[in-house]
Design a protein around this ligand. Structure first.
Ligand code: ATP
Ligand code: MG
Length: 257
């Protein structure tokens, strides 16, 4: 497991400096949080990491690999998986199909073996199914395996997105507002799952963007704070919530609301 390192990373959209140069480390075995008011640049950071946007400056290093110029597919192959701020599922496909959709990337058997249904390929398909069911179990969703994903509640659709990302067996899991619109009780359950992912085995690097301050302060080991594209604070949750710059940024947001 490696640490994902961002060094001097920045993004400009025409005249807008969406993210000014900043450094960040997303460390395995830890839950790292990114918070900040609307339009701060949080989603842009995930889009930079995952190769959706090209960097305007800086470098992204993951272990021995320089991902600064990597495409989305190269980033995924390197071991990163994400969820989106808005739900992106195939609504008519079953929950199980939605979870399994990215697994072809993990395939080891040849296309030939698959076409002719050779035992090696059948065993692999079975393993994928078993892995998908293990995820459904973890998220308490086995009874929905054959439901069309679009029929589920909002919170359950978010869970399907997380399972789909986890099906790729990532080293780094990037979550864009995973508990937005979810009750505190349900959010706490998800928080326990994120903690387990970070703790068990080699320890996944979990990175989450969040608006819900209480969730972040209860869960994250380390927090970065963006405001209008500037990194204004970082440290433990306890440290950043007392930081005057952070309080000011959030007060501004409440005044706007
Ligand atoms: N593709 C794009 N083209 C132009 N401007 C963009 C693009 N993507 C983001 N921006 C701008 O960059 C800034 C940061 O946006 P971003 O979506 O990263 O913010 P955010 O912190 O995720 O906000 P929110 O909390 O509302 O999700 C905003 O001013 C946004 O309008
Ligand atoms: Mg966003």
């Amino acid at each position: 497991m490696s640490t994902l390192i961002l060094k001097g990373v920045s993004k400009r959209f025409g005249g807008l400096q969406a993210v000014a140069p900043f450094d960040m480390e997303i460390v395995h075995g830890r839950i790292t949080g990114l918070i900040g008011p609307n339009g701060a640049g949080k989603t842009t950071v995930v889009n930079l990491i995952t190769g959706v946007y090209k960097l305007s400056g800086g470098r992204i290093i993951f272990g021995d690999t320089d991902l600064s110029e990597a495409s989305r597919h190269e980033v995924a192959r390197a071991g990163m998986a994400r969820t989106f701020q808005t739900i992106r599922l195939l609504p008519d496909a079953t929950v199980l199909a939605n979870v399994m959709i990215g697994m072809y990337r993990l395939q080891k058997t040849s296309l030939f073996a698959q076409m002719f249904g050779l035992p090696s390929s059948r065993a692999e398909t079975r393993r994928f199914r078993d892995d998908a069911f293990a995820l459904l179990e973890r998220f308490g969703m086995t009874r929905y395996a054959d439901y069309p994903a679009g029929n589920l509640s909002y919170g359950d659709q978010r869970r399907v997105e997380m399972m789909r990302a986890l099906a790729l067996k990532p080293q780094v899991l990037l979550l864009d507002e995973p508990v937005a619109g979810i009750s505190d009780v349900e959010a706490a359950k998800l928080g326990e799952i994120f903690r387990a992912l970070a703790t068990e085995g080699e320890g996944m690097a979990v990175f989450l963007i969040e608006h819900n301050m209480r969730f972040v302060t209860n869960l994250c080991d380390y927090v970065y704070v963006l405001d209008s594209g500037q990194l204004i604070a970082q440290g433990s949750a306890a440290q950043v919530v007392q930081d005057p710059a952070v309080i000011k940024a959030y007060l501004g947001e409440f005044e706007d609301a």
